[in-house]
Ligand binder design. Structure first.
Ligand code: BGC
Length: 836
């Protein structure tokens, strides 16, 4: 590790403990100085998961697993023989898996990548544990449960995934008989059924270390030793029973393409709280090694904003810690159903020493409490009392104030968009009793008359496009860059062929492979924009590479000494951990040298959100942009901000939360972190209502306009309005019958007109199915010409057929030159923002 890599790894390590959620602790943690002997068991001890699979993976040379990390931190591992036996079991099972995949690829002819993605690693049982005659009390038993998931497949509500296997349960039962102290560690990307913790008596603590990238092992050593204090809070509800989740009944049922979002706005805690269901661990929950108290010392409320000033004190005597103060509000009953409570804001303290107090201020806009009324096509703040609840988890709050509004007020006038074209029966909570306040809370009166008049983004534009700009004589991108010509002017000179080339990624130049062989700039990057217009128009190429778990590039590749050209392996540069074992090592060519691209695996998205610390997220963003700078990547394909609708979504680990406000804040902070340095941009994905992996190309999310606006689009709206992301990626799925990439209401009306998005819109990879070989699933597709007419500016990775289909639509009159010009100009404007 060179110094720079080490400093990035250290930053991740310092931040990681802030995303660790301490679920249970009877006082055994942190392990005191005299408790250095650990009886370590469980799959994740050796097979520690740093993150998930697929495009949300990052290639790294070595992952320091939990065994190594604990030993480095000075712990003695007393169960080495059990662990090495487990390693042998894994190797045996992996050999069988790769043999099976090779046979499957030969039999089906499917691309190796698709075979690889549909054959995830199997969880192997560890050896049975002996029962000792007497309990051991000078060792702490630590049991690591790990799970992994990723793109293309959802998780399953089965043992080995959402549930513990019988063997895992047997192990835990043996451990409580053998040891005084038993700590359970969850090294998973998301929710697991934790019923075992209630069933098996004698467990001492449970800690959710999630998947911390380069710090996946060290973070546990740090929180065990007390070098760091866990201060993470859950960003999704952990239910007592999987069937408690409102979408659980139909989530895995893909017999048809329609997915009815019958729970409407009642997602996550909004559902559990409104329907009176007790979760195992609530949204916002997480313990510390110490305790905190808090006291409101000031409230200010008017028609603009509400401001809560709170003193937070570490009331413990031994350990430092950080607390997250959260504010929820309950809206008055009115003409619209309302969730029992909704998150409005939060603040995390600094590290407080025992006895230390910090003053924090939590602020939110008054109009952010409005609900969307489909009938009026407007956000309305209904008359009545808005109860303000303050606490350190969604289930541990106290009412501290009430905001009373005299009359209903319209805060934003919109137009009805994206209405479901099929009947959708949404569930409604029973009428719940308003909390009877034990102690009187101060009431702050606000008045409808004092609100600013509601904005209306759909005003007819008085500006007419000046045709003059199209008349200007020859200019190139260099003139645009110098400010001497506008993107529109440049575009006006391009032929339809040239614009179609610009709006289709560089895959179109070569042979239709993921990366056209004529155009590889950064091996392992997910794609490039075209370089075909460079010679004549000086239009530069932008390189796009995945996230969100760091910068996903190939770790090592060969370059020919003679001409510095890159040697392309027959399967392309896929940058998927373990793939080389299937594809075979690339043969060494003569007269070549190796080039390395080492990037930092950062904690998975949900873990970043679990820090509830925007400052930490920003810092991690700066690591990614430094690496983009080093390797020549311009656009990061992250953050990913889809909503955790159900815990079984295979990519929830990439996404932040079940709550759109939290997801939006995380995404906006990450965006600011990356884009703080000119020359780099993010791509916020996947827009929108993309809640599952299986059947992802054909799945049609049937969802109400209100649920879309309040839940599934809200986080995107926040990041667009507050952080100005360079790009947005449309999702594969359909929304109310229309593919996201072909959805004019989504892209033109909502994204651009209502929210004022000035970035570029890019498709997800292969959504037009052109250039996608058999074996990748998907029966329906977005049409390239409709991408253009709907405002999806760039089609990736791009294929010659995308270009041809656009051009024949222009010829037939189905697609207008004006629409093509608009997309081309959007792209040029955003290349310019990258300082290219
Ligand atoms: C994923 C995207 C990713 C893209 C490029 C797609 O399969 O859905 O999230 O950015 O591939 O790798």
């Amino acid at each position: 590790m060179d110094l720079r890599e080490k400093s990035f790894a250290d930053t991740v390590r310092d931040i990681a403990a802030e995303g660790v959620v301490l679920l249970e602790n009877n006082g055994v943690l942190p392990l005191t100085e005299d408790r250095k002997r650990i009886a370590l068991y469980g799959a994740g001890a050796v097979l520690t998961r740093k993150g998930g699979t697929g495009s949300g993976d990052v290639s790294v040379e070595h992952v320091t697993n939990i065994v190594e990390a604990l030993e480095e931190a000075g712990f003695e591992i007393t169960t080495k023989s059990w662990l090495s036996d487990y390693e042998e079991r894994i190797e045996k099972s992996e050999t069988e898996r790769f043999d099976r995949m090779k046979a499957e690829a030969a039999a089906t002819g499917d691309p190796l990548m698709s075979v690889f993605l549909r054959n995830p690693q199997i969880l192997v049982d560890g050896a049975e544990l002996p029962r000792f005659a007497e309990k051991i009390d000078d060792e702490t038993a630590v049991y690591i449960i790990s799970r992994i998931s990723g793109e293309c497949a959802d998780r399953e509500a089965l043992p080995g995934d959402y549930f513990l296997t019988e063997r895992e349960k047997e192990h835990l039962k043996a451990l409580v008989e053998n040891y005084e102290d038993v700590v359970v560690v969850l090294n998973t990307g998301g929710v697991l059924d934790t019923g075992f913790y209630r069933e098996i008596e004698g467990l001492s603590a449970m800690i959710f270390i999630s998947q911390a990238g380069v710090a996946c092992g060290t973070v546990l050593a740090d929180v065990f030793s007390g070098r760091a204090v866990p201060s993470g809070k859950l960003t999704s509800t952990w239910a007592r029973n999987y069937s408690d989740y409102p979408a659980s009944g139909s989530f895995r049922d893909n017999t048809g393409n329609d997915k009815f979002y019958e729970e409407g706005i009642y997602v996550g805690y909004r559902y559990f709280d409104s329907f009176g269901i007790e979760p195992a661990y609530a949204f916002g929950y997480g313990k510390s090694y110490t305790d905190f108290s808090w006291e409101v010392c000031g409230i200010k409320a008017d028609e603009e904003e509400i401001r809560l000033i709170v003193d937070v004190t570490n009331t413990g005597s031994l350990y430092c810690g950080k607390e997250v103060l959260q504010v929820y509000t309950s809206s008055p009953a009115g003409s619209l159903d309302k969730p029992w409570q909704e998150l409005r804001g939060f603040e995390k303290t600094e590290l407080l020493a025992p006895g230390e107090t910090q003053r924090v201020t939590i602020v939110w806009e008054t109009r952010s409490m409005a609900s969307y009324c489909e009938e009026k096509a407007a956000y309305i703040l209904e008359a009545g009392q808005y109860l303000v609840r303050l606490g350190n988890s969604s289930r541990n709050t106290e009412a501290v104030a009430a905001i009373e509004l005299d009359e209903t007020v319209v805060t934003e006038r919109l137009r009805n968009r994206l209405a479901p074209c099929q009947a959708l029966k949404e569930c409604r909570p029973r009428e719940y009793e308003r909390e009877t306040m034990e102690k009187a809370v101060p009431v702050y009166k606000i008045y409808a008359g004092n609100f600013k008049p509601a904005a209306e983004p759909y005003q007819e534009s008085t500006k007419t496009a000046s045709d003059k700009s199209y008349e200007k004589d020859c200019c190139t991108y260099e003139d645009v860059k110098a400010g001497a010509a506008s993107p529109k002017t440049l575009v006006s000179q391009l032929s339809a062929e040239e614009m179609a080339a610009l709006c289709v990624g560089a895959g179109a130049i070569g042979n239709g492979a993921v990366i056209g062989s004529a155009a590889i700039k950064v091996p392992g990057a997910a794609g490039e924009t075209t370089s075909a217009l460079y010679e004549k128009w000086k239009i530069p190429t932008a390189v796009l590479a995945d996230g969100p778990a760091g910068l996903r590039l190939i770790l090592r590749y060969q370059v020919r000494n003679a001409d510095n050209s890159v040697v392309v392996p027959p399967t392309g540069f896929l940058a998927l951990t373990g793939f080389e074992r299937l594809s075979g090592k690339q043969p060494e060519e003569e007269n070549c040298r190796y080039v390395e691209q080492k990037t930092t695996a950062i904690p998975i998205g949900s873990m970043m959100a679990q820090t509830w610390n925007p400052q930490a997220i920003r810092q991690v963003g700066q690591i990614v942009s430094a690496e983009m700078n080093q390797y020549g990547v311009h656009i990061w394909l992250a953050p990913a901000i889809n909503i955790h609708r159900d815990p079984l979504c295979g990519r929830n680990f990439e996404y932040y939360s079940e709550d759109p406000l939290l997801a939006g804040i995380c995404a906006a902070t990450m965006t600011r972190g990356i884009q703080s340095v000119p020359g780099f941009g993010v791509t916020v994905k996947h827009f929108a209502a993309n809640s599952q992996e299986e059947n992802r190309f054909d799945q049609n999310s049937v969802v109400s306009e209100r649920a879309l606006r309040e839940i599934y689009l809200k986080g995107f709206e926040k990041v667009v309005k507050e952080a100005d992301p360079l790009m947005l990626m449309t999702s594969y799925n359909l929304i109310n019958g229309v593919h996201a990439a072909n959805n004019r209401e989504l892209l033109k009306d909502i994204l651009r007109t209502e929210w004022g998005f000035r970035g570029a819109v890019v498709t997800d990879w292969g959504t037009t199915r052109n250039g996608m070989r058999a074996g990748f699933g998907g029966k329906t597709r977005s049409l390239p010409e409709k991408c253009i007419s709907s405002g999806n500016d760039l089609i990736m990775p791009g294929d010659v057929r995308d270009r041809e289909e656009i051009l024949s639509a222009i010829e037939s009159g189905e697609l207008s030159m004006e629409d093509l010009r608009t997309c081309a100009a959007n792209l040029i404007r955003n290349l310019q923002r990258l300082c290219l």
